[in-house]
Design a binder for this molecule. Structure first.
Ligand code: NAP
Length: 281
């Protein structure tokens, strides 16, 4: 039985750009659940004390965004997946224990399942562009789904090398200059860099090198239709966009806090897409 009214929040610095309030408040209204989801602007130096007083502030849990995702890991009890990814984005209470997970992994995979069914059936080789926090979640997820060879291409090679060291022999790092060669027999390409984002340089990549049947995923969601995805679609390739991942990664937090597993629908997509177009921050 869910209590009369529950509250959750997203904690960040900055936090204004977060679409999580829009998503969770949409679901609260949709399912007629008495609850609220707020933004909490919390600087680094106040994050630990904020998290310690989460329950006292009336919260049943929270999302954590930049720059607190790593700090949240040590202030909570993470699961094995969040430990491996090295960052946490969702907090909730199990009794008096503050538990944590990283829902980017399941959001990324669920979005691919929904957008390109069967994408993992012949996953001999995948190319991951970028080696930051999001790339760790993507690499973890792709290995879990049986990818045989993962080529991590990153501007700073040392960061890609760290992923190989952590995740093992199925992962190989590659310098940015070798990207075109890596694409030739890739079943999947995933952009986890900020390239292609509004205000950032475009991702220069020759989609024509990919084999027919390849799937292209982009984590960037502002704009929703990135130049990478537009080029892939123009070639007739299947795509999975960053907005889909953003919506799917929110599902588990909502279920944990409010007791209902919400659906990712075309209507919700349209609501968030309209907001992204109106204020593309
Ligand atoms: P991050 O840790 O800061 O990593 C950024 C990555 O982008 C690094 O690999 C960085 O390379 C690369 N990069 C930045 N500028 C570049 C440039 N000019 N040329 C080449 N590479 C460049 O960020 P993150 O947390 O992983 O997030 C990455 C992206 O994923 C963001 O756009 C974020 O919004 C998106 N994201 C989306 C979702 C979703 O639900 N859709 C979830 C998480 C993240 P270096 O290592 O060389 O600096």
């Amino acid at each position: 039985m869910i209590a009369a009214s529950r509250a959750a929040c997203v904690i960040g610095w900055p936090v204004e750009h977060s679409r999580s309030p829009l998503i969770h408040n949409y679901w609260l209204r949709k399912y007629g659940i008495a609850g609220e989801y707020r933004r909490e602007l919390v600087p680094r130096e106040e994050f630990a004390s904020f998290v310690k007083s989460l329950a006292a502030r009336g919260y049943v849990g929270a999302n954590v965004t930049v720059p607190h995702k790593e700090a949240a890991l040590v202030l909570s009890e993470p699961d094995e997946q969040a430990r491996a990814v090295g960052a946490v984005n969702t907090l909730w209470f199990e009794g008096n224990t503050l538990r944590s997970i990283n829902t980017d992994v399941e959001g990324f995979l669920a979005n691919l399942d929904a957008s390109a069914p069967g994408w993992d059936q012949h996953l001999s080789k995948a190319v991951v562009l970028g080696a930051g926090g999001a790339a760790r979640a993507v690499v973890y997820g792709l290995l879990a789904r049986g990818a045989q060879h993962l080529i991590v291409v990153n501007r700073t090679l040392a960061r890609a090398e760290m992923l190989r060291q952590q995740f093992g022999a199925r992962v190989r790092e590659s310098p940015w200059g070798a990207l075109e060669g890596a694409l030739a027999d890739a079943a999947l390409v995933v952009n986890t860099t900020t390239l292609g984002m509004q205000g950032q340089p475009t991702l220069a990549i020759d989609i024509g090198r990919l084999p027919a049947g390849a799937v292209v995923a982009d984590l960037v969601y502002a704009p929703v239709r990135t130049p990478l995805l537009a080029a892939a679609q123009a070639r007739g390739l299947r795509i999975a966009d960053g907005l889909g991942m953003l919506l799917h990664q929110a599902v588990r937090g909502f279920a944990l806090w409010f007791g209902k597993t919400p659906a990712v629908t075309a209507e919700l997509r349209a609501v968030v897409e309209a907001d992204l177009s109106a204020t593309p921050r």
